[in-house]
Design a protein around this ligand. Structure first.
Ligand code: SF4
Length: 150
């Protein structure tokens, strides 16, 4: 990893999206950041500043379009995390008429944090690991610049 990417990996901006569902996963992640702010992870509302897109909840037709739009605005290297049973597998909502589950049908997912609700530590670990791995791979041509069609 280059020294610049090493520094970037220690100051991670995360865009948190609750795509549907009960909001439990999104709240759990926010609580994890509040309780353990020393890990260098901050939330951003601007996709152009985000290293990681952290998606919780069920993805439906409407939220799928927004997720692709946000993903396309993020600079590379970037990573996507599916958090919770809803984003990973669709959970109870997978047979809903308006549901597109799981998240991997919409975006290239780098890692999954499973559970309902996933543990706080696992969420934070996933963010740190995905960024460190992503920057290592990026040096060798990791490329997610391809624009997704809506
Ligand atoms: S996985 Fe569980 S806690 Fe997370 S959004 Fe779905 S129902 Fe809520």
């Amino acid at each position: 990893m280059s020294w610049l990417n090493g520094i970037r990996a220690k100051s991670i901006s995360v865009m948190l999206i609750n795509a549907g569902g009960c909001t439990g996963c999104a709240r759990q992640f926010q609580a994890a950041l509040l309780l353990d702010s020393g890990k260098g992870i901050t939330l951003t509302g601007n996709p152009r500043h985000a290293d990681v897109l952290f998606v919780a909840g069920c993805i439906n037709n409407k939220s799928a379009d927004y997720l692709k739009e946000i993903y396309n605005k993020m600079p590379s290297p970037k990573a996507v995390i599916a958090a919770g049973a809803c984003a990973c597998e669709g959970s109870l909502f997978r047979s809903e008429e308006n549901g597109i589950n799981p998240l991997e049908k919409v975006l290239p997912v780098n890692t999954y944090v499973r559970g309902c609700i996933p543990e706080m530590d696992k969420m934070l670990e996933a963010v740190i690991n995905v960024v460190e791995d992503g920057y290592k791979e990026y040096k060798d041509g990791w490329d997610h610049d391809t624009e997704l069609e809506r």
